[in-house]
Design a protein around this ligand. Structure first.
Ligand code: 5RP
Length: 262
């Protein structure tokens, strides 16, 4: 039930609920990954059931695909969709220019491809994800398993010349074994503490052989929808330079709050 949710979960829920209103009949929509994106998928499933909303979703992970199908959303691949009207996803950090760190859930590669193939990217987040400067959250880097230890050394050497405060690099684990992404790759987490020049770092990291993609989303996000635990929601649009606020009331609907996953 809504009253059992933590303030952070309430914040994620209201951001997702508000952002679900951006979806219109006939749209092709990228569906993000993570706990906030899972709320979005549930809210969209509710709109499909209650309002007869008809749209197609392009999921950014196998987890999101399974949840979307479960709640009655028509799912197609990006190749079938080709181009999207909108993608809505969570983030690990966003700054004042709506540049992001993503990949905490290990889905950054599909998320970046999908967001880049969308007319508009909307990020949904609780207010704790807001930062002055990116880098407090470890930057995820997707690398191919072949020679990953050599790639790690190359990454560490590259970081020596970069404007960052920390340089520790760790292999993401899943219990005792290395974590595998949906693409069959590993994730290196870069503990940088502060990223002085995110655009430059993103370009340089992607030049290293073995690196598939990094979790910096520069100039990709258009709108951030920020939820608060008391139901307030703030929408910041970087293109319009506007900030709007609204409030979502918590309604105890069985189908949304009964089966809380992730
Ligand atoms: C997954 C992501 C997520 O969007 C990010 O980790 C935020 O997750 P959550 O909504 O659970 O806080 O980038 O790869």
């Amino acid at each position: 039930m809504a009253s059992d949710l933590s303030p952070i979960d309430k914040a994620k829920f209201v951001a997702a609920k508000q952002a679900s209103q951006y979806v219109e009949d006939g749209m092709k929509v990228g569906l993000g990954t993570g706990s906030t994106a899972a709320w979005l998928v549930r809210c969209l499933g509710e709109r499909v059931q209650d309002e007869g909303l008809r749209f197609t979703g392009v999921p950014t992970s196998s987890r999101t695909a399974a949840l979307a199908r479960e709640v009655g959303i028509d799912v197609i691949s990006l190749d079938e969709a080709k181009w999207l009207d909108l993608s809505i996803d969570g983030a690990d950090e966003y700054d004042g220019n709506l540049n992001l760190i993503k990949g905490g859930g290990g889905a950054l590669l599909q998320e970046k491809i999908v967001a880049t193939a969308s007319d508009q990217m909307v990020v949904i987040a609780d207010a704790s994800k807001s930062v002055e400067t990116l880098g407090g959250f470890p930057l995820p880097l997707e690398v191919v398993p072949f020679g990953w230890q050599t790639t790690k050394v190359l990454v560490e050497e590259t970081l020596v010349g970069m404007d960052v405060l920390g340089r520790k690099v760790t292999l993401r684990m899943n219990a005792e074994a290395p974590f595998y992404t949906d693409e069959g790759n590993h994730i290196l987490d870069l503990h940088l503490n502060r990223i002085g020049n995110a655009r430059q770092l993103s370009l340089v990291l992607n030049q290293i052989p073995g690196v598939v993609e990094n979790g910096l989303f520069i100039d990709i996000c258009d709108i951030v929808v920020i939820g608060h635990g008391d139901g307030r929601v703030e929408m910041r649009d970087i293109n319009e330079g506007s900030i709007n606020e609204t409030r979502i009331e918590f309604v105890e609907t069985d189908n949304l709050f009964a089966d809380l996953g992730e």
